[in-house]
Design a protein around this ligand. Structure first.
Ligand code: UD1
Ligand code: UDP
Length: 382
């Protein structure tokens, strides 16, 4: 019997971290030919993840250019996907999350009348400009998808409210599957500077910031806040692996570089990043993925945004919205640095986003949909 051809499409670092475990799970299934097509919307940061997870794409659109615009990413993905679909002839295309690659990948599948599975479906802020352009990317992708793999029950409720009730599964987030393979107690960093950080003696604060809606004034406020935190607290060390976006790098150079106790480093391989997170004191970030990973590792998170599509860890008390106003960020971070009780209240491990079996559930759901399995997978419950 011909194998079912399932093609995973991704292009940025977070999609790769969350899709590589699924590509591997699908490869382990007898009835499935697991194909991998990367758009390379990110080049270096994507390749770094592929290396960590030892995944070798069957097709590479290689679209990235410096300072790429949203239109250029989307149009290049669409044109490149035509060739990939013609060559690899998938029965179903899997896209992940909310990037330009996600939306273009889903749209291209639709143009070719290929079924679409959306991994990390149902996240919403209901504000189309925050996060921008991700909120609309995921709404549009939901309209195209045939199968929706929701990390949480709340994500499914969002889809139900939009009238989508067919093909919806609650699976947990594949990022927890990824974390289970990367985090080790005896991990030794290959980035030497990370082995030398004074984890026990000082408060190591892990920072990331890259979102498009934070470009300009918000990013300036965030970086001035980080500078102030480092200047006012001698017992902290801030570690910031700076995104390769030139817009972000310029803002870092203008507003943060040279501050005491701030370590500006290049993006880290995923395994290094996850183990650094496991050892740090606190996380300050505008990232989506870090809001899921840090709670699982028992690390408090202050989110450098006005909203979040990930309310579960906020409800669990390990994540707080700090916003993008300098004073607010400094006040909230200072409290967690100085007030042990406030810190302990937030620092407990919670896993609202998964139990490490999301990939198995997604693969089971696909097999069920194509008649390779009798029962659909049971939902993930947190
Ligand atoms: C993209 C996603 C965002 C996601 C983020 C993860 C969109 C619209 N945005 O944003 O949802 O949170 O990735 O990091 O899809 N660059 C490099 N090398 C790399 C990666 C990026 O040089 O490996 C530079 C390039 O100059 C590129 C720029 O960064 O043009 C911006 O990359 P882009 O993918 O357009 O946007 P992100 O801000 O990274
Ligand atoms: N990450 C990484 N190296 C870094 C910074 C982040 O491997 O230097 C990982 C992080 O652990 C998480 C993912 O990248 O798994 C998040 O990606 P990003 O913040 O770029 O995008 P978002 O999640 O906001 O879409």
């Amino acid at each position: 019997m011909e194998k079912l051809r399932i093609m995973s499409v991704f292009g940025t670092r977070p999609e790769a971290i969350k899709m590589c475990p699924l590509v591997k799970e699908l490869s382990a299934r007898d009835g499935i030919e697991s194909l991998c097509c990367v758009t390379a919307q990110h080049r270096q940061m994507l390749d770094s993840v592929l290396k960590v997870f030892d995944v070798h794409p069957d097709w590479d659109l290689d679209i990235m250019t410096p300072r790429q615009t949203l239109s250029s990413i989307t149009s290049k993905c669409l044109l490149g996907m035509d060739e990939a679909i013609d060559a690899l002839k998938p029965d179903m295309i899997l896209v992940h999350g909310d990037t330009s690659t996600t939306f273009a990948g889903a749209l291209s599948a639709f143009y070719h009348q290929v079924a679409v599975g959306h991994v990390e479906a149902g996240l919403r802020t209901y504000d189309k400009y925050a996060p921008f352009p991700e909120e609309l990317n995921r709404v549009l992708t939901s309209s195209i998808a045939d199968l929706h793999f929701c990390p949480t029950a709340g994500n499914r409720e969002n889809l139900l409210r939009e009238g989508r009730d067919a093909g919806v599964f609650v699976t947990g987030n594949t990022v927890i599957d990824a974390l289970k393979t990367t985090v080790r107690e005896d991990y030794h960093f290959s980035t030497q500077a990370l082995n030398r950080l004074p984890y026990g003696e000082k408060k190591v604060i892990l920072v990331t910031c890259h979102r498009r809606e934070n470009y300009g004034e918000p990013m300036k406020n965030i970086f001035l806040a980080l500078r102030q935190i480092a200047e006012e607290h001698r017992d902290v060390e801030l570690v910031y692996p700076v995104h390769l976006s030139p817009v972000v790098r310029e803002a870092v150079d203008q507003f943060l570089r040279g501050a005491p106790r701030v370590h500006l480093i290049d993006p880290l391989p995923a395994d290094e990043m996850h183990n650094l997170m496991a050892r740090c004191y606190l996380v300050l970030t505008d990232s989506g993925g870090l809001q899921e990973e840090a709670p699982a590792l028992g690390k408090p998170v202050l989110v450098l945004r006005r909203e979040t599509e990930r309310p579960e860890a906020v409800a669990a008390g390990t994540v707080k919205l700090a916003g993008v106003v300098q004073d607010d960020i400094v006040t909230m971070a200072s409290r967690l640095i100085q007030d042990r009780q406030a810190y302990e209240k937030m620092a407990h491990a919670v896993n609202p986003y998964g139990d490490g079996n999301a990939c198995r559930r997604i693969a089971d759901a696909i097999e069920w949909r194509y008649g390779l399995r009798k029962e659909p997978p049971a939902d993930y419950r947190s």
